[in-house]
Design a protein around this ligand. Structure first.
Ligand SMILES: [Ca+2]
Ligand SMILES: [Ca+2]
Ligand SMILES: [Ca+2]
Ligand SMILES: [Ca+2]
Length: 286
């Protein structure tokens, strides 16, 4: 999927406003009626970090992944007819497009905390590991209030959630992982899978689920090109995203990082037997 994100990046940046308007029109047409009613619970379309790790053990089992995919599919298929039309897809992908994240104090000074190999870029793996560490520090409690300041640089908060500390302090690991993956994607404005100092310094990044991006994704997932997505097509696409990420991650580590890379590859391999660590799952499928 990475190449899709790259090729649509420029056009995508230009079409945000049109996309927001379109999503609104779809709302008015009644396409999202059942979706709006279901909005009382966390919906994937509003909160793409909604629960994946059902038993909160830090890994996503095959069964949990399967349940999450079914839930997501059901929420996107707002009329519940078993197929996702393009209107349903675009409405869902557009639903969080209109807001920017709450402010966080990312700047040139604290860039270094995630750029662990000091090549002046933060790659996906560096971001994932730093986000995970930031969450663990809040759990350990030894870093005190400062740990929450650091965590806030990684996890996506809506402007409303950013007004007090309660969301940040009550966050599960699963949720922190999902929100971090979303922040990575929001900060990586040019979709090249790395974050520059300048991209990192964006204090209030905007989600880019614009219409061009959504159209390209739809085309990719609708494998047989019938213009609607079946549950099987959706499942296959999600699995493919995860496989791509696991393959890219392990190839990169081996090639670039030597001994350290080998260690992270075997970590991935041994954990993927029954479940995939929740951070790897989230960063692979967001
Ligand atoms: Ca689990
Ligand atoms: Ca449908
Ligand atoms: Ca780096
Ligand atoms: Ca970038």
């Amino acid at each position: 999927m990475k190449y899709l994100r790259r090729t649509t990046a420029i056009a995508a940046a230009l079409s945000c406003f049109a996309f927001a308007a379109n999503a609104q029109n779809n709302d008015q047409s009644g396409e999202t009626a059942s979706n709006t009613q279901a909005g009382a619970q966390a919906s994937y379309c509003d909160k793409p970090w909604s629960k994946v790790d059902g038993n909160s053990d830090g890994t996503v089992s095959k069964q949990e992944a399967s349940t999450a995919i079914e839930n997501q599919f059901g929420q996107i298929d707002s009329d519940g007819n078993g197929e996702i039309t393009k209107v349903e897809w675009i409405t869902c992908m557009g639903s969080i497009d209109q807001q920017a994240a709450a402010e966080a104090d990312r700047d040139k000074q604290n860039f270094a905390e995630a750029d662990t190999d000091k090549d002046t870029k933060i790659n996906r793996e560096e971001f994932r590991k730093s986000a995970e560490q930031a969450f663990q520090d809040t759990e350990a409690g030894s870093a005190g209030e400062d740990a929450f300041v650091v965590l806030r640089r990684y996890v996506f908060l809506t402007p409303e959630e950013g007004q007090d500390q309660s969301t940040l302090k009550n966050m599960s690991e699963d949720e922190a992982a999902g929100r971090s993956a979303l922040t990575f994607s929001a900060l990586d404005q040019n979709n090249d899978d790395t974050i520059t100092t300048q991209e990192w310094s964006e204090r209030s990044p905007k989600i880019k689920r614009d219409e061009d991006w959504a159209n390209a994704q739809f085309k990719e997932i609708d494998g047989d090109g019938t213009g609607s997505i079946t549950q099987e097509e959706y499942r296959t696409a999600r699995q493919q995203m995860l496989d791509d990420q696991l393959t890219t991650g392990s190839t990169k580590s081996q090639g670039e990082a030597g001994a350290e890379g080998t260690a992270s590859t075997s970590e991935t391999a041994s954990d993927s037997g029954d479940g995939i660590p929740v951070y790897i799952y989230r960063f692979g499928t967001m």
